[in-house]
Design a protein. Structure first.
Length: 309
């Protein structure tokens, strides 16, 4: 069939003119797409900048309001004298009642501030108590090495040929009845503690007890005859029937024998007063005459002899 002369041939599409027109269209399309993308990016950046500016303004306003409120509160607190001055801690009275054997008040005594009004130093008390417990150890533990155990002088069997492990002595550490390898030997466990540290620890312990209202003072803490019933009655009268430490001004045999059968009562003379015994008790009961001898290293009889000399 004949082709219409006005209809362009398919081969004409490959002409340079047609190719140039197609390229121009493609370039124009790319340019339009790039322009649209650039416009969208600019718009997004502008929106982000606006949002950031708005957030910054809000944050600044919030900070300003907080700062203003803080300044107002500070001004109000400064302007109030009661708020500016901190209430001091309630002082502990060092004046205690002195009672008799029946628990009745017969006078009062002022505890020496040197021993009953200090800082409670827990670290110092721990150091001294640990040293006291270490010094109380006898340190007589002893084990025998293989050289000290009797016997085992010959080789139990020959070196080879028996099928058993080689052995040189029946007193080797792996044998029952043999010596001990790296065993304990006698040792002195005592630790040296400075005198000032000991005094600071005792001061801390006594201060803690007086602040806990656990100090009792009895006038004439002694008994004519040893009788546990009288000791129990006296401790109950002074509200010290818990775990108690009784501090006497001097050794009195009848008094000590009256108290030593009580399992929760420990008795000592004032020159033996120490941190461990104070902390190991719930209540400390002082003989009135022992108060002035605390820390002197003397008891009543010794002090009387020194005064007489």
């Amino acid at each position: 069939m004949a082709q219409d002369p006005n209809t362009p041939d398919a081969a004409d599409n490959d002409t340079p003119v047609a190719k140039k027109a197609t390229a121009n269209k493609s370039t124009a399309k790319k340019a339009a797409t790039k322009k649209a993308t650039t416009a969208a990016a600019k718009k997004s950046t502008a929106n982000k900048s606006t949002a950031k500016t708005s957030t910054a303004k809000t944050s600044t306003a919030t900070k300003s309001a907080t700062k203003k409120a803080t300044a107002t509160a500070a001004a109000s607190s400064v302007s109030t004298p009661a708020a500016k001055a901190k209430a001091p801690a309630e002082p502990v009275s060092l004046t205690l009642d002195v009672v008799d054997h029946g628990g009745s008040k017969v006078g009062s005594v002022d505890l020496p501030a040197e021993w009953f009004d200090g800082d409670v130093n827990i670290a110092v008390m721990h150091q001294v108590v640990t040293a006291q417990l270490a010094a109380a150890r006898q340190g007589t533990h002893k084990t025998k090495t293989r050289a000290q155990v009797a016997g085992g002088g010959r080789k139990p069997w020959r070196q080879k040929g028996t099928g058993r492990a080689r052995q040189g002595s029946i007193r080797s550490p792996q044998w029952i009845g043999g010596g001990v390898a790296h065993g304990r030997v006698p040792k002195d466990w005592s630790v040296r503690v400075n005198k000032k540290v000991k005094r600071a620890a005792l001061r801390s312990a006594l201060t803690d007890r007086v602040r806990s209202h656990a100090i009792r003072v009895v006038r004439g803490f002694s008994f004519d005859t040893p009788k546990t019933k009288d000791a129990v009655s006296l401790l109950r009268a002074v509200d010290a029937d818990a775990k108690a430490l009784v501090v006497l001004s001097d050794w009195h045999d009848a008094t000590v024998r009256s108290l030593r059968n009580l399992p929760r009562v420990h008795v000592l003379v004032v020159d033996q007063l120490n941190t461990h015994d104070v902390l190991n008790s719930d209540v400390v009961v002082f003989d009135e005459a022992a108060i002035e001898l605390i820390g002197t290293g003397r008891r009543a009889s010794t002090a009387a002899q020194e005064v007489g000399a």
